[in-house]
Design a protein around this ligand. Structure first.
Ligand code: FAD
Length: 408
């Protein structure tokens, strides 16, 4: 059997061995560098206190906007950088090496809200909502989950009823990241999924201050991601202009499915960032810490923690960036891989954080050594944006319909 020869066209040869999936172009390389310096100068110094005080850092968010980190995937004409899913993954990964909760607020704002408007909104909606989102002047979020409905999202009970040139939205959404920004103030703008008929989901843009719209329960004392603001939002016959319906009635399901692919990928990228930091911490500590006259890094059981975490992290990182390379932000079609990245990476991060605590012994249990916070933060990614069990269900359903996807 002869080997298949694949030759690039003459004069257009690419040296694949030099390709860095995590920074494939000079723009990506520059983004990664500026993100790392932002993390070192601005994010890391506040991360411990923000977690302890359970405070969303509005000022830091504004700085992220000034530096262009909130609009990396948004078109340039609306103030974004016009980059791709790889850039979104870079933002999520690098911020999460320091403060996954801050990264979660950025994720909800930039990808669940702004990128969703960018793909699914009308020209007028993009002009109104994207520039203040890219700059960080506004803080946005996405309202899907309800007190009685999470995974079974199509059974939502929030309704939107047509009333002349408005819809009236009634219901409650909970666990909404950026639902509040501090005190009793809501975030500035939200995409709200609501039923316009039984199992007909539509997407609406709702602005802060609309009558009947307000903050319900503020979820304090979360296990992790404590520096992100999680809240219930209440809708009491909220009048939303027909002009704020995204697409047509019933388009919400498509918007949701398309956006969930990106959401799962960027959450997986958060896990990769968490795992990276945990490995760095346990490697350094185990070189310094001595027991029985030797650095603990010389003990096989400690080596196993570091080596296993490193191998899994490497695999997760390559997987996440490979899927990012293939995702077209304007279409759906990577559902299996998006679910699989989060299914895998979320567990890798939790195991890496657990190993890091173990390697640091008693110090690992103490907040100032960072890894206990990362362990708490890592757990969220097994739940938010789809639970592990939801990924199992989606993956097997999709693979069952299209077994060829296994080889794709
Ligand atoms: C910190 C935080 C931030 C969040 N941010 C947002 C946000 O910004 N916007 C938003 O809309 N939501 C947000 N969420 C909500 C999150 O997406 C949901 O919590 C998640 O989708 C799970 O829904 P649920 O909590 O209602 O759990 P449920 O769906 O009630 O699930 C409970 C358990 O049942 C299992 N289960 C359910 N169905 C099945 C099934 N068919 N097969 C097997 N097992 C099943 C689940 O896997 C889980 O173990 C956030 C959550 C948290 C904790």
């Amino acid at each position: 059997m002869s080997a298949v020869q694949v030759k690039p066209p003459e004069g257009d040869a690419i040296d694949w061995s030099q390709l860095d999936l995590a920074a494939p172009t000079p723009e990506h390389a520059m983004l990664a560098e500026t993100l790392r310096s932002f993390v070192e100068r601005e994010v890391e110094p506040q991360a411990l206190a923000a977690d302890r005080d359970e405070e969303f850092n509005r000022e830091l968010f504004a700085k992220a906007g000034e530096l262009g980190f909130l609009g990396v995937t948004l078109p340039e004409e609306y103030g974004g950088a016009g980059l791709d899913a790889t850039a979104a993954v870079q933002v999520s990964e690098i911020l999460s090496t320091s403060d996954p909760a801050f990264a979660l607020s950025v994720l909800a704002h930039s990808y669940l809200f702004a990128q969703n408007v960018s793909v699914n909104g009308s020209e007028a909606q993009k002009r109104e909502f994207l520039p203040p989102s890219a700059s960080g002047e506004w803080i946005g979020g996405l309202c899907m989950t309800e007190p009685g409905v999470g995974t079974d999202v199509l059974s939502m009970s929030t309704t939107a009823t047509r009333d002349g040139d408005h819809y009236r939205i009634t219901g409650r959404k909970t666990f909404i990241t950026n639902g509040g920004v501090g005190g009793d103030e809501t975030g500035d703008a939200f995409i709200v999924y609501a039923a316009t008929a039984p199992r007909e989901i539509s997407s609406f843009l709702v602005r802060k201050g609309t009558p009947g719209f307000g903050l319900g329960q503020k979820w304090g004392d979360k296990l992790g991601m404590r520096a992100s603001f999680t809240a219930e939002l209440v809708f009491d016959e909220v009048p939303v202009p027909v002009a704020n319906l995204m697409g047509k009635p019933g388009d919400g399901t498509l918007h949701m499915m398309r956006n969930l692919e990106l959401e799962r990928l960027v959450l997986a990228a958060q896990s990769v960032g968490i795992a990276q930091r945990c490995i760095e911490v346990m490697l350094a500590y185990s070189g310094d810490r001595k027991a029985f006259g030797k650095p603990i890094r010389s003990f096989g059981q400690v080596q196993r923690h570091i080596a296993e975490a490193f191998a899994e992290y490497r695999a997760a990182r390559a997987f996440v960036y490979d899927v990012a390379r293939r995702i077209d932000l304007t279409k759906s079609g990577q559902r299996v891989d998006a679910d699989a990245t989060k299914l895998f990476a979320s567990q890798v991060a939790k195991r890496a954080a657990d190993s890091a605590i173990q390697v640091l012994g008693g110090y690992g249990y103490m907040g100032e050594y960072v890894v206990s916070r990362l362990w708490r933060d890592a757990k969220l990614i097994e739940i938010g944006g789809g639970t592990l069990e939801a990924h199992h269900k989606n993956l097997v359903n999709e693979l069952g319909k299209n077994p060829a996807a296994i080889r794709a």
